[in-house]
Design a binder for this molecule. Structure first.
Ligand code: GLU
Length: 540
């Protein structure tokens, strides 16, 4: 009896691989175009690393006129959750990283592994026919026993070489067992010799020598689904991936993957293994953890109201450190279009992910938004997360003016890093919120009578809503002079004994009386937006 019979017995009614080879022809792309993919598992948790991977893959594809696709790897049915796929694709959509091809879109699908069962079987069948794969009848108990013996003998553990009991089982015996109804799975028959080294060239990590793989890994499980490794080889071959970008937890599997590609007769793609995002903890660093770090979840950024542009900009910073300088020189350019990304510039080891730095980037990003954009984003966020802010913003015309203070100019205000800060940032501009301010912390001038004098004098003899900025400022100086304060700070500094203080102290009193705060954007603009009636009311 021959292997063909065995293969037919294991995989009846399965198409020949030539069918799939024809169905998924070579892509017609320009020279140098890269086909890059992200292959997430739908576990219900979307890690910020997934956005990082998507950003890199999409950028490379865009830059080379290639293709970016997302393949859903759901062969581990235990980890799979309902809606997991949708959540992943929604996240990519939210971050403007939607792939060129994915579930429901593209000619190289299905892009979800559980729908590709027949394809994997076709290739597994071919391997069985060739003698490069075999059925394994070992029970869990037998596998445990093997491991036990290996540990005793101080050997590597696993299913390989002389330990692989079913590896050399005669074909007719295997056929008999299957006919008998004995349960089995299918294993790869590894040709590797771990005493020999394989040379790997990783685009990010450089050249690495690793021992050849000799493990006879499972390729088709008892549920008929493939294992990750096997599916990876088949899928990236049929989808014509040219560059595998993925996290470096997979680096140690590369000898196995290359072996699978070779035995299957596939062209080996290039690999680029990215270092994990890390968090500083005390003196050391560790991987950003789903369990310990809220910022590991993409949902965190949505909830906090950190703009997606900010997260992407920051991630690009982490990916290519020269991006920061590029951004300074090109504040208005679109990084996805114009920045020259380079995989070689990515760090070989862990990249520090620092939320403080991220918020700083976010401030810069938000400062470049128009008032209308700030309004729209903040409103959308508030609708979902902050009813009070939503109500404030419902007064749209006024809110646009408030958010427009010191914006859309050469040096825009840089005081908001996330939408959840907006309410506190602008609350004093709203009458009913200002009414709740109880503590006015005056600074240099704290004497009540003096404050009263400054404010009364200002309102009665100087303030006019019709003044332009220069006049307004000159009047502030006039008031200072009248009350014994220096018109200019410089003047005061050279002769401090001649004055009670300077014009800045006077305007601070007005500022705090009007807003309850010592730090605000431009006071003149604030007063213009508040309007005459409100200014007078607050001052009196
Ligand atoms: N499904 C794997 C994961 O979730 C992807 C590995 C790969 O990109 O090849 O990490």
């Amino acid at each position: 009896m021959d292997r063909k019979e065995l293969a037919d017995l294991i995989f009846p009614d399965i198409k020949d691989v030539s069918y799939y080879e024809e169905k998924y022809p070579e892509r017609e792309l320009k020279e140098g175009a890269q086909v890059v993919r992200v292959a997430p598992s739908p576990t219900g948790f979307i890690h910020v690393g997934g956005i990082f991977q998507g950003l890199i893959a999409k950028k490379i594809a865009k830059q080379t006129n290639g293709i970016f696709f997302v393949r859903i790897e759901d062969t581990d049915q235990k980890r799979k959750i309902e809606n997991g796929t949708e959540e992943i694709l929604n996240a990519y959509k939210d971050y403007d990283l939607y792939p060129d091809e994915t579930v429901g879109k593209g000619n190289y699908g299905p892009y979800i592994q559980s729908e590709r069962k027949e394809i994997y079987k076709a290739y597994a069948k071919k391997l069985v026919e060739e003698g490069n794969a075999y059925p394994c009848f070992c029970s869990t108990e037998e596998l445990d026993k093997i491991r036990e013996n290996q540990t005793k003998a101080q050997e590597r553990t696993g299913y390989f070489g002389k330990w692989a009991k079913c590896r050399n089982m005669p074909v007719d015996m295997a056929i008999e067992k299957i006919k008998n109804g004995d349960p089995y799975i299918v294993r790869f028959k590894s040709p590797g010799n771990p005493d020999k080294k394989i040379k790997i060239k990783d685009v990010i990590k450089g050249g690495i020598d690793m021992p050849e793989n000799d493990q006879d890994i499972v390729i088709i499980k008892s549920d008929g689904l493939p294992t990750y490794h096997f599916a990876h080889a088949i899928d990236d071959h049929l989808m014509h991936t040219t560059l595998v970008t993925r996290s470096d937890e997979w680096l140690s599997s590369v000898p196995l993957h290359i072996q699978l590609f070779q035995v299957l007769g596939f062209k080996v793609p290039k690999f680029a293994h990215t270092a994990p995002l890390e968090k500083a903890e005390a003196e050391s660093r560790r991987k950003l953890s789903k369990r310990k770090d809220p910022e590991a979840a993409v949902s965190y950024y949505t909830e906090e109201g950190i703009p997606k542009e900010a997260l992407k900009e920051y991630l690009m910073n982490i990916a290519n450190s020269n991006f920061e300088i590029w951004r300074k020189q090109n504040p208005d350019k679109d990084m996805m279009e114009d920045f020259e990304f380079n995989l070689n510039k990515m760090g070989v080891s862990g990249a520090l992910f620092d939320t403080v730095k991220l918020l700083d980037v976010a401030k810069g990003v938000i400062s470049r938004f128009t008032a209308q954009e700030v309004y729209d984003f903040a409103y959308t966020w508030a609708e979902r997360y902050d009813q009070e802010l939503k109500e404030m913003l419902d007064n749209k015309e006024y809110s646009l003016k408030v958010l427009g203070i010191e914006r859309e100019n050469a040096k825009p205000r840089k005081d908001i890093s996330k939408w959840s800060e907006v309410k506190d940032n602008i609350s004093y501009m709203y009458k009913d919120k200002f009414a709740n301010v109880k503590d006015f912390e005056y600074q240099k001038i704290t004497d009540k009578d003096e404050i009263k004098k400054i404010v009364t004098e200002y309102i009665n003899n100087y303030y006019s809503i019709n003044d332009d900025k220069q006049t307004w400022f000159d009047k502030m100086k006039d008031l200072a002079e009248k009350l014994g304060y220096a018109r200019e700070v410089k003047e005061y500094k050279s002769n401090p004994e001649d004055y009670k203080g300077h014009v800045g102290d006077i305007s601070t009193v007005i500022r705090i009386t009007l807003t309850g705060r010592a730090n605000t954007p431009d006071l003149y603009e604030i007063m213009q937006v508040l309007g005459e009636k409100e200014v007078k009311e607050r001052l009196s």
